[in-house]
Design a protein around this ligand. Structure first.
Ligand code: AMP
Length: 417
């Protein structure tokens, strides 16, 4: 049997890198005072059809939707934001102090055509700041994303930034763009897309479409005074926070509810699937899900793609040995001592291990070596008769004889904190 198409297992030792990437990306958020929400991996389907938008590819083509045994239509979450927003509304988190800052991490599911960096099951880190429309908050959220990547040691990534305007200027701009697009030579499907969401045509990657878009009107040139001031303030705060970006006036995001600040993180070592994260302000989302008319800003970062980026830059992450001390018993009496010593060490927070099964000295030493432990305790029955054991420092090869009574404190001290 094999894993379903578009999914994969992450096995040791690679899985240690996966965990390191996931935990590094979220450590920033925890330190910045964001609260964790554990939400279900599936929701009532309408959470996504209303919260992501019927016209998006994600909702119209990529959802894992099924009817459960009780006849309800449920969907495996294709992204985390809509479910977090549902929780925010259901539990009236907006009744407390605003903004409400939350984060989450977990599985997302999309029925996509699998390729390198694009899977049907993947993991996202999500960060959201809800209930206050303040450009400084936009800058905080964007900077937290950037910092997460920097914490991993990544350098070959870029922040793409733009403003998508809002209700005060987008409708007029949309009309202008539709007028421009109807004059172009576009195929039937693109024409239909232009009617539903003309902005998304700007993001079309095909050269024959791009060639016709050189003179297309851009949202950033048609921002109202208020959204322009908002965008200017976001950029000012980002500069103050030491964040650099590239203006990306054609950047469009998959969600229907994005307004004002919109951004994407791309990595240059990944080929076609270069987006490692993205987000923006979604001032209409809460209301669209039946909540109060509150604003929000957030991002989603793909852990799997960030791991690929870490590998592309050759960064040494999460590869530190898990085991610090390894105990090799030779003989039945020694075995009891080994099991006891490993138990004691573990209880005291030391990553310790021993051999299981009858391995002999050679096999046991090989296992000790493979474990990556810096310290190996070897207990033979003859040693035991003399009341001692051998402690070997694997980095220097130095071996010392330690009285059994001193074994635990000696090993404890040798492996360090
Ligand atoms: P999106 O919600 O589409 O903006 O996705 C946010 C981030 O999740 C992207 O920048 C990717 O890093 C990641 N991502 C989205 N879709 C996939 C996928 N099918 N496979 C792997 N990662 C994905």
């Amino acid at each position: 049997m094999t894993a379903p198409k578009g999914t994969f297992d992450i096995l040791p030792p690679d899985s240690a890198r996966f965990l390191a990437v996931r935990d590094t990306l979220t450590a920033r958020l925890r330190r910045a005072g964001y609260g964790y929400i554990e939400a279900p991996a599936f929701e009532n389907t309408e959470v996504f059809s209303r919260g992501v938008g019927e016209s998006t590819d994600v909702v119209s083509k990529e959802m894992y939707t099924f009817t459960d045994r009780g006849g309800r239509s449920l969907t495996l979450r294709p992204e985390l934001t809509a479910g977090l927003m549902r929780a925010f509304i259901e539990h009236r988190l907006y009744d407390g102090a605003l903004p409400v800052k939350i984060w989450s991490v977990g599985s997302a599911f999309r029925y996509e055509r699998p390729q390198a960096g694009r899977y049907r099951h993947f993991t996202q880190v999500d960060c959201e700041a809800l209930g206050v429309d303040d450009p400084a908050l936009d800058a905080e959220v964007v900077a937290l994303g950037v910092q997460g990547f920097r914490d991993l040691g990544l350098t070959d990534f870029e922040l793409l930034l733009t403003s998508l305007g809002d209700a005060t200027c987008r409708p007029q701009y949309r009309e202008l763009l539709v007028g421009y697009l109807t004059k172009l030579d576009l195929d039937e499907e693109t024409r239909r897309r232009a009617e539903i969401n003309p902005l998304r045509v700007l993001d079309d990657k095909r050269p024959e479409v791009q060639a016709q878009l050189d003179d297309a009107p851009l949202m950033v040139d048609h921002l109202s005074d208020s959204t322009k001031a908002h965008y200017d303030a976001v950029r000012q705060h980002l500069t103050d926070l030491g964040v650099t970006w590239t203006e990306a006036p054609r950047l469009v995001r998959g969600l229907d509810y994005y307004t004002k600040t919109t951004f994407e993180f791309v990595h240059h070592g990944l080929g076609a699937q270069s987006a490692i994260g993205g987000g923006g302000r979604y001032d209409g989302l809460s209301a669209a899900l039946g909540g109060p008319d509150l604003s929000g800003i957030g991002y989603a970062v793909g852990v799997d793609r960030t791991l690929l980026a870490v590998q592309a830059e050759g960064l040494d992450i999460g590869t530190a040995s898990a085991v610090q001390a390894f105990v090799v018993p030779l003989g039945a009496e020694a075995k009891r001592l080994a099991v006891r010593l490993v138990g004691q060490l573990r209880e005291d927070g030391v990553a310790a291990d021993t051999v299981y099964g009858d391995r002999g000295l050679k096999g046991a030493m090989k296992a000790a070596d493979r474990s990556g432990a810096t310290h190996v305790v070897i207990v033979g029955d003859r040693d035991l008769a003399e009341g001692v054991a051998q402690l070997k420092d694997m980095r220097t090869g130095e071996q010392t004889t330690v009285p059994i009574g001193d074994l635990f404190p000696t090993v404890r001290a040798a492996v360090g904190p």
